[in-house]
Design a protein around this ligand. Structure first.
Ligand code: C5P
Length: 227
């Protein structure tokens, strides 16, 4: 069967990665979590001391961009690919609230975006890919055959994220998670380079009140209609 490109964009914690993984598994496609790539660059930025609560040395980061190598390796036990920063598995470290609190600032830097978008386009050049992020249908693959734009209320999204973090054993407060979700939405939507916007030809899915099964069925119908 002919392979297509599926671009999934939307606000933070709208369940993009859950549905992207379901779709990739069902279709036998590659799943690429571009948020994990921006998170890995952010972890590097923190490790180098370029960002903290009081400062962000953008030039320092830009000079070191050539030292950042991000790769994915499929983990058969988990059933999806984990992200590696310079050969080290950072899947757990990149999901902390601390990384989340800096990632949108790092992702707003044009040089960072240029490098990651290039790599993402390379990863999806043969189609048969489900990629999720903020600019996939608008910048990375503007000609994707199917574009989805996921939304849900900020409170519902923060609750899901909070439960995920608690389940992992992180000590977080719901109010801090909600604030982070709202802050990232704002920065991601208002940055100059590749802001988060719904592509004209994207199908919007509000999953505030959809079960995972109902959402998957709905999206699978959309996939089938593109063939
Ligand atoms: O998808 P996730 O919430 O893990 O993404 C983390 C952050 O990475 C987003 O809040 C956004 O700032 C940035 N991002 C981006 N472009 C993408 C994917 C993620 O700017 N394609």
């Amino acid at each position: 069967m002919q392979k297509i490109t599926i671009a999934i964009d939307g606000f933070s914690s709208t369940g993009k990665s859950t549905v992207a993984k379901q779709l990739a598994k069902h279709l036998g496609y590659v799943y690429v979590d571009t948020g994990a790539m921006y998170r890995a660059v952010t972890l590097f930025t923190m490790q180098q001391g370029f960002i903290d609560e009081t400062h962000f040395d953008v030039n320092g980061l830009v000079e070191k961009l050539g030292d950042i190598h991000i790769t994915f390796k499929f983990n058969p036990t988990l059933g999806f690919a984990e992200v590696y920063l310079n050969g080290v598995n950072v899947e757990k470290e990149i999901r902390t609230l601390e990384v989340s609190s800096y990632v949108s600032k790092v992702a707003a830097i044009p040089e960072v975006r240029y490098q990651l978008v290039k790599q993402q386009q390379q990863m999806g050049k043969d189609k048969g890919v489900v990629m999720d992020g903020r600019d996939i249908g608008t910048v990375v693959f503007p000609y994707a055959e199917l574009k989805l734009f996921m939304t849900a209320s900020a409170e519902k999204r923060a609750k899901r994220r909070y439960e995920e973090l608690i389940e992992r054993g992180d000590e977080v407060h719901y109010e801090d998670v909600l604030r982070n979700v709202q802050e990232r939405d704002y920065i991601d939507s208002n940055r100059e380079d590749s802001p988060l916007v719904q592509a004209d030809d994207a199908v919007a899915i509000d999953n505030s009140d959809l079960t995972l099964e109902a959402q998957f069925t709905k999206i699978l119908n959309l996939v089938e209609m593109t063939f």
